[in-house]
Design a protein around this ligand. Structure first.
Ligand SMILES: Cc1cc2nc3c(=O)[nH]c(=O)nc-3n(C[C@H](O)[C@H](O)[C@H](O)COP(=O)(O)OP(=O)(O)OC[C@H]3O[C@@H](n4cnc5c(N)ncnc54)[C@H](O)[C@@H]3O)c2cc1C
Ligand code: FES
Length: 507
């Protein structure tokens, strides 16, 4: 990830571009003054929007145009070419939009225009009066933001047992933990956003139950909050291993901003760290601690890191990448105890450590839904509109198991972008839009300077077709079952990743 690039590349679009040189659906990078602008043609229409993605600054002119939208090559946010609106997460903020004029066989980019976001839900007299969101994470925040973007004027109450407002959680194991992301990147919005948008954000507020018949949630202090529509977005919590010493002050898990800050405080004086777990969060933490010059040992039971999700070859590459950065692996082994100075291993080893981070997986926070009698199937069961069996109660994010039209199975995933997009879809459906959630799952993971992008969902496969070379960090891996591509992982092949996503959507 890098800071947004405001550099102006390409031609000055105010001077005009020959129409004949513009291929339909092929964006062109240019600039207006010192602002990077993308010019795109769709049939006889011409569009100009900001070329720098509002998520982490990805170059939109290198993205994929689908209909009247453009998708960011880095993490697949989707922007309207007509208005600049960020239609699909992970970008939430719009990019600027310019008027275009056709004269004498050329298209000129003229002044900036303020274009209203697309209305996908009709907010009318029959709209709910009060919407309650349980959870201040990816799905909860995206839902609240979308409700206001759709001009919903009713009450929004967001209840979160966290002590921080919604944050950019993926950053907590990456740049922020590494010490390379500034503090202001972390909140999804400044504190004033919630008051300005009349979102009643109540932090450190735990929801203990739902009175489905009376349509109210019951807080831990016994008080009630009434709703017309309810969104459950309670996310997941780290699994805590029941080992001796896991409650010592130098042993951490990572989910919240407070967890991350506590690790950073400890890391400022730590010399040797043990990371338990070699999947995404564990290895991202390992990379971030290496950036802080801490000796890092990774302990995990598997033979090859990430093999279950990415396959043996990509897993072996990830291991080598970390080893090149000095990480020491203790695979096919596990921790059995921790004391003030070391971690003891099942295989008899002992690793000195003054910092221990357990990244051994998460468990969806289902207790509230379970207690309230909602249908559970290794997650909260929802239909294609993300509504549970109880009318008016929706669920989104890490807790939701939804009927995925692409795999043909009910699936539950723990991906940031999926949680945000489900929050956005649930918001529209709480307003009565009846939009099916049919996004192809997407996640990314970052290890040093190597991003891994993944689209689709493959719990198992019978073949991995590799295009390019994994070791050269230039590859596309297609996970296939009976000839059908279920998922695609890639390194520095953003165009192929976007094309795979669009292909899966269309099939
Ligand atoms: C360190 C880290 C790095 C990650 N990196 C990536 C990545 O690179 N790519 C990727 O795709 N995914 C990543 N993820 C996963 C991603 O963050 C999650 O999939 C996403 O946050 C899920 O969103 P959610 O809204 O379902 O839950 P969360 O974001 O966890 O939010 C849940 C919210 O519910 C609140 N809550 C729970 N129960 C209650 C209750 N009873 N009462 C009140 N409030 C309650 C919590 O306090 C929290 O505010 C990462 C996760 C972590 C922890
Ligand atoms: S930088 Fe564009 S989606 Fe992340």
């Amino acid at each position: 990830m890098s800071a947004p690039d405001s550099g102006s590349k390409g031609q000055d679009l105010t001077l005009g571009v020959d129409i004949d040189s513009l291929a339909d659906g092929q964006p062109v990078a240019g600039h207006v003054g010192d602002e990077a602008v993308l010019l795109a043609r769709r049939g006889n229409e011409f569009f100009a929007i900001g070329a720098t993605c509002s998520h982490y600054g990805g170059p939109l002119a290198e993205g994929l145009i689908v209909g009247d939208t453009v998708r960011c090559p880095w993490h697949h946010a989707c922007f309207s070419l007509r208005t600049g609106e960020a239609l699909h997460a992970p970008a939430i903020n719009p990019v600027d939009c310019w008027a275009t004029e056709v004269r004498g066989g050329k298209v000129f980019v003229a002044g900036k225009v303020v274009a209203a976001p697309k209305k996908r839900a009709s907010v009318g007299a029959d709209s709910p009066g009060k919407i309650v969101i349980v959870g201040g994470g990816a799905a909860g925040f995206a839902a609240a933001e979308m409700l206001r973007r759709q001009a919903f004027k009713g009450g929004i109450t967001m209840l979160s047992d966290d002590d921080a407002p919604p944050v950019d959680r993926p950053n907590l194991s990456k740049d922020y933990l590494a010490g390379t992301a500034p503090e202001e990147w972390i909140p999804m919005r400044g504190d004033d956003f919630y008051a300005a948008e009349h979102i009643d954000l109540r932090l450190k507020t735990s929801v203990a139950g739902i009175d489905v018949a009376a349509r109210k949630v019951v807080l831990a202090d016994g008080s009630g909050v009434a709703y017309d529509r309810l969104l459950l977005a309670t996310g997941a919590e780290p699994i805590r291993l029941p080992l001796p010493g896991m409650d010592l002050p130098h042993v951490f898990t990572l989910r919240t901003l407070a967890d991350c800050r506590a690790i950073i405080t400890r890391a400022s004086s730590a010399k040797k760290a043990v990371v338990m777990g070699a999947s995404f969060i564990g290895l991202e933490v390992a990379a971030s601690l290496r950036a802080r010059k801490i000796e890092v040992h990774v302990v995990a039971p598997e033979k090859i890191p990430m093999e279950r999700v990415l396959g043996a070859q990509m897993g072996a590459f990830v291991r080598k990448l970390h080893e090149e950065h000095g990480v020491i692996f203790h695979l096919e082994d596990s921790a059995v105890a921790v004391d003030a100075r070391a971690v003891m291993l099942k295989g008899g080893g002992r690793i000195e450590a003054d910092l221990v981070v357990a990244g051994v997986g998460v468990r969806p926070r289902l207790a509230l839904a379970e207690k309230s009698g909602l249908a559970i199937d290794r997650g909260v069961k929802v239909n294609e509109l993300l509504e549970t069996g109880a009318p008016g109660i929706f669920a989104a994010g890490d807790i939701a198991r939804w009927p995925d039209p692409h795999s043909g199975m009910p699936i539950r995933v723990e991906h940031w972008v999926v949680a945000q997009r489900q929050g956005q879809t649930a918001a529209l459906n709480m307003l009565g839009a009846r939009v099916k959630f049919d996004a192809v799952p997407f996640f990314w993971s970052q290890h040093y300077d190597v991003p891994i992008n993944y689209v689709g969902h493959a719990e198992s496969w019978d073949e991995i077709a590799i295009d390019g070379d994994i070791a050269s960090r230039d590859c596309v891996l297609r996970y296939r079952s009976k000839g059908k591509t279920l998922a695609v992982a890639s390194i520095y092949r953003d165009a192929a990743s976007l094309a795979a996503e669009a292909g899966m959507e269309a099939s």
